[in-house]
Design a binder for this molecule. Structure first.
Ligand code: GLV
Length: 317
């Protein structure tokens, strides 16, 4: 049995796999731990169940290695750009994530944003709620059809593929770009070739340095002025300020965004941008999926502490 830091509140049942272990945290008000608190706990715990709001950097991992106690960090997220996986590997600390259990829920969110942004749902709803809607008119809130549109997927892992399956039902033409050729129908080798073709671009890459500002001002300018950009991946994949400016200048029709560069901050220019649907990082936020994610992470911790190897170990690329 081990001592396990659980940094934040988990959905009901999420801690069940850790029954019998000595649990530390979360803070009573669910406030994230400070870097100093993470280091102090890393020194005294065998495992950390972390969230993407925790920076598990070389400092925290090094603190865990100092005492030789920290054996595993399990992130309750499929993304792990908040964890320094290379340092963890060098120190012999196992890192786990939650692949596979959130693909459909996140793809649903991407589709929610594709539909809502293309059809100007947030603008129309805000007008209704604030009394600016003065009655039906044949020329108001004219969005773009999603059915029959061309969808460009950037990243074609499990979530990108789940979005492609949904797009079929809408009669969309679907192209995808990925770092490595997929040899599948619809693959486009160059991102710069995909962007001008798509009516809707949906991002499904990991975060981290390799994809930082993959969609920058230059690439936004390659998109059709009638296009819609959707991001349910990581905020850092898009230059948020450049996106805001493109929307303000009418260089892009609309955007549906769930993730931000400096969460929970959102660039004020994006907040005031027209034709924009903004969600607070709810991609995987269904009760069933968040419970599955928590259980997968805590099961991985229990497995490592029992001397086993869970299936969801992250290996540095
Ligand atoms: C959520 O953003 C996740 O990576 O699971």
């Amino acid at each position: 049995m081990g001592r396990v830091l659980v940094t934040r509140r988990l959905p009901d049942g999420g801690l069940d796999p850790l029954a019998g272990h000595d649990l530390v945290g979360p803070n009573p008000d669910d406030a994230p731990y400070t870097p100093e608190e993470l280091c102090a706990n890393a020194r005294e715990c065998d495992a950390i169940v972390s969230l993407l709001t925790d920076r598990i950097d070389a400092g925290v991992l090094g603190a865990g290695a100092e005492t030789g106690r920290l054996r595993v960090v399990a992130n309750v997220a499929v993304g792990y750009d908040n964890i320094d996986v290379r340092t963890a590997a060098a120190l012999g600390i196992t890192v786990c994530n939650t692949p596979g259990v959130l693909d459909d829920t996140t793809a649903d969110t991407a589709f929610l944003l594709i539909l809502a942004a293309s059809r100007l749902a947030s603008t129309a709803e805000a007008d209704l709620r604030t009394g600016r809607w003065k009655g039906w008119s044949v020329t108001q809130y004219l969005g773009h059809d999603v059915h029959g549109a061309t969808l460009g997927l950037v990243g074609f892992g499990r979530i990108g593929r789940a979005v492609a399956r949904r797009a079929e039902g809408f009669g969309m033409r679907v192209f995808h770009h990925a770092r490595h050729p997929t040899n599948e129908p619809g693959y486009v080798g160059g991102l710069d070739e995909l962007l001008p073709e798509a009516d809707i671009v949906s991002l499904h890459t990991p975060g981290g340095p390799d994809t930082h500002h993959l969609i920058d001002a230059r690439r936004l300018a390659l998109m059709k002025p009638t296009a819609v950009l959707v991001n349910t991946a990581r905020g850092t994949v898009v230059d948020e300020r450049a996106l805001a400016e493109a929307l303000h200048r009418g260089r892009l029709f609309a955007a549906g965004i769930d993730v931000y560069e400096r969460e929970p901050e959102v660039d004020p220019r994006l907040l005031s941008a027209p034709r924009t649907v903004l969600l607070p990082h709810i991609g995987s936020a269904s009760q069933a999926t968040r419970t599955r994610m928590a259980t997968m992470a805590t099961t991985a911790v229990a497995t490592v502490l029992a001397g086993g190897t869970p299936p969801n170990v992250v290996t540095p690329t």
